[in-house]
Structures are given as structure tokens and as C-alpha cells.
Design a protein around this ligand. Structure first.
Ligand code: SF4
Ligand code: SF4
Length: 297
């Protein structure tokens, strides 16, 4: 069985990417299981999706803990202290990362010795589709690494994008994007996983509080302030104050309370609290907010 884990942020099209990969694998004559995993209000938050591909019926379910191929659509996840995608990597895992950084910089910074491919899928996506949703680029790159033909990928992505209501013109741009990613990705040797290794889960022993003094106590790092939402996105909102009317709609709509107000009454973004979800940009009535790429977090 080939096990593929895709990691990204809500809004990056990772669920769609896993469906395209799953469909392409199925069309290529395999048994397939593809499933995204995310909670409520996930835009900008880490999400994952899993694809199992096998020549025989697939009996296991759930999260993949031992990946043949790990695809990381947002390199900021590599700095995460919980649910870091590298936790599912073994010595034989092939890793693909969407990043503007070079292969050697990624290897050194994250101590990666595996077969590694790095492509700036976000830039390719912006150049070709004029949008910043790299899901199709992720899917095409993944399919190329898995050895599928481009014709199969194109058929799967056209069907998936049509099903989620994407206009024909945008589908054509995405096909062009997929072809470009396909041509720039080298086919890598993907190891088949025959035996699943179960990793030990850490056991947390909560502190006992008598009901009379019981308060909300943080017992795991994943729930603590160590997990700043500022690390959740490759993009951040920038306000052009020339056209800002101080209406504070951005302030009201921000789901993470990332705005404060300065002494002159203008909204100011706290980039440590901002997860780059794009909501303030969408809601700003005067369209003075733009999303720019965070290059060096
Ligand atoms: S500041 Fe804007 S982009 Fe950042 S979390 Fe708030 S609404 Fe989202
Ligand atoms: S929504 Fe736009 S115009 Fe209104 S305060 Fe925010 S940035 Fe300024």
C-alpha cells in the first residue's frame, strides 16, 4: 500500500487536492481511500488529508502515521511544535514541500535527509491562475511523484473542480497550472508500506482540582499560547491607510481578534495573532487591505 499524507492550511485546497489524487489513483486501477481531516472554523488553521492506494482492498482507516509520501503545502508548518508533518516521516518517506526556499536551506534548517523535492507552488499558482490557492498544484505534483499519467490527472481535476462549482475559465487555468507543475516535478521512488508502525501517544495526567476551585487549566502545548496563529499562514494583511475610513468592519469580522486600534483610530494588525484567513480583506468595503506573502517568518 502507498500512503500519502497532505498537510496545509484551511483555504489552500488540500481537501480538493486529496480528492484529485484519490480519483486519479482510482482511475489508474487501484483501490483508494481519501479523507480530509479538519475541525470547525479552519480557515488558515493546519489541516491534513490522507490517501491510501492499494492493489488490494483497504481495511485500515483513520489518520496515516507512517507515510510513503508527505506533501507539505505550507512550509510554515515545519516550525509547528505540535502536529508537525515531519512527525509522520520515516527514513524511506519521500517529502515534497511548497516553499520559496531552496532544497539545501530546507535540508539544513529542518535536518531532512530523505528524498526531497521543493517547488514554489504558490508562485506558480499566482503566476498562472492569479490566485493563491495551491491545491491543484499540490495535487498535480503529488500525482507526478506517484507516477500517474497527466491525462488521468487532468480528467480527475476537471471533474473535481466542476463538482465544486469552479467556472470553466478558471478550470482551464488550473489545467495549465497542473501541467506546469507536472513538467517541473521529477518522478521519485515511493516505497510501499507493508507494515504499519503504531507510534506511542503521550499520556497526559491532568492536575486534580477540587470542583470548588476548578478552573480551565492548559495541560498540552497544542492549547497554549506557544501556538501563535501568526505561524499559520504564508500571507498577511497589509492596510493602505490612505483609503481607510476607520469603519472598523475588519476589526469586527476578524475571527482571531488580531486587530487593535491606534491612537488615531486606525486598525492595526497584530501579526502574531493573525492567521492570514483573508476575511478582513474580503469584508473591507473600501478594499484597502491586500494580502502579501510573508517571506521570512
Ligand atoms: S487580521 Fe484579517 S487575515 Fe488576519 S486573522 Fe484577522 S481577519 Fe484573518
Ligand atoms: S474595513 Fe477597511 S476601511 Fe474599514 S477600518 Fe478596516 S481597513 Fe479601514
Amino acid at each position: 500500500m502507498i500512503t500519502v499524507s497532505l498537510f496545509g492550511r484551511g483555504g489552500q485546497g488540500i481537501k480538493t487536492a486529496s480528492h484529485i489524487v484519490g480519483d486519479a489513483a482510482f482511475t489508474s486501477g487501484n483501490h483508494v481511500q481519501d479523507q480530509p481531516l479538519y475541525g470547525a472554523e479552519r480557515r488558515g488553521a493546519p489541516i491534513s488529508a490522507y490517501v491510501r492506494i492499494s492493489q488490494t482492498p483497504i481495511l485500515e482507516r483513520g489518520k496515516i502515521t507512517n507515510s510513503s509520501l508527505v506533501v507539505i503545502a505550507d512550509d510554515s508548518l515545519l516550525d509547528s511544535i505540535v502536529d508537525n508533518p515531519l512527525q509522520t516521516v520515516t527514513d524511506s518517506t519521500v517529502i515534497m514541500i511548497n516553499s520559496s526556499k531552496g532544497v539545501s536551506e530546507i535540508r539544513t534548517r529542518y535536518n531532512i535527509n530523505n528524498v526531497l523535492a521543493v517547488l514554489d507552488l504558490t508562485k506558480l499558482t499566482q503566476d498562472i491562475t492569479h490566485k493563491s490557492i495551491p491545491g491543484v498544484a499540490v495535487a498535480s505534483t503529488t500525482c507526478k511523484l506517484l507516477g500517474f499519467e497527466f491525462d488521468v490527472i487532468e480528467k480527475s481535476l476537471r471533474a473535481e473542480l466542476k463538482e465544486i462549482g469552479i467556472h470553466q475559465e478558471d478550470i482551464s487555468r488550473n489545467v495549465e497550472l497542473a501541467r506546469s507543475c507536472f513538467n517541473q516535478t521529477t518522478h521519485a521512488k515511493i516505497e510501499t508500506i507493508t507494515k504499519i508502525k503504531i507510534k506511542e501517544s503521550p499520556i497526559i495526567d491532568p492536575i486534580y482540582h477540587h470542583p470548588q476551585i476548578s478552573t480551565c487549566t492548559i495541560t498540552a502545548t497544542g492549547n497554549s499560547r506557544l501556538r501563535e496563529r501568526g505561524a499559520w499562514s504564508n500571507f498577511k494583511p497589509v492596510i493602505d491607510y490612505e483609503g481607510c475610513t476607520k469603519c472598523m468592519i475588519c476589526y469586527v469580522y476578524c475571527p482571531d481578534s488580531a486587530f487593535t486600534i491606534d491612537v488615531k483610530g486606525f486598525p492595526v494588525v497584530d501579526y502574531d495573532a493573525c492567521k492570514g484567513c483573508n476575511i478582513c480583506k474580503t469584508e473591507c468595503p473600501t478594499k484597502v487591505i491586500s494580502l502579501v506573502r510573508r517571506e521570512n517568518k
